[in-house]
Design a protein around this ligand. Structure first.
Ligand SMILES: C[S@@+](CC[C@H](N)C(=O)[O-])C[C@H]1O[C@@H](n2cnc3c(N)ncnc32)[C@H](O)[C@@H]1O
Length: 126
């Protein structure tokens, strides 16, 4: 079986995984943000294609971060951590090429994460 579709740490459907892989394969982001590290399923895909990844989660991930030398983990509420990270990237004149919002799944939570991204000059958008 193709590795992408093997049971493992992902919390996404096969279709979602294939979509993510396809987008990242074409985009090859220099700088990516993931909200919702969980067990590192989608992170393994993002980290394979992006030069640098910042991954946020409420809880510290229990995964071997040695597998992901290009990943920085941020533990805490994305509604606080994400704006702080984006401010830092703005000061560094960095530009986020890709963002996956998969953390707080409430409508209000998703909206807040998306608005923080769209309001930041570090996120030029799709
Ligand atoms: C559906 S899982 C992410 C799955 C992962 N992207 C994957 O496909 O492998 C959602 C994660 O978001 C985290 N989360 C929920 N609310 C959050 C918040 N406000 N800030 C940061 N992370 C949050 C949870 O702890 C959980 O690990």
């Amino acid at each position: 079986m193709i590795e992408l579709f093997e049971a493992g740490t992902w919390q996404m459907t096969a279709g979602e995984r294939a979509t993510l892989e396809g987008i990242l394969h074409q985009l090859k982001p220099r700088l990516a943000i993931e909200i919702g590290t969980a067990e590192g399923g989608s992170l393994s895909c993002i980290a394979a294609h992006a030069q640098e990844v910042h991954s946020l989660d409420l809880v510290a991930p229990s995964i071997d971060l040695g597998r992901f030398p290009n990943v920085t983990v941020h533990t805490g509420d994305s509604h606080e951590r994400l704006p702080a990270l984006l401010r830092k990237l703005e000061h560094q004149n960095r530009s986020v090429d890709f963002a996956l919002v998969d953390g707080d799944h409430t409508a209000e939570g998703v909206q807040r994460d998306v608005e923080h991204l769209l309001d930041s000059s570090a996120y030029p958008g799709p």
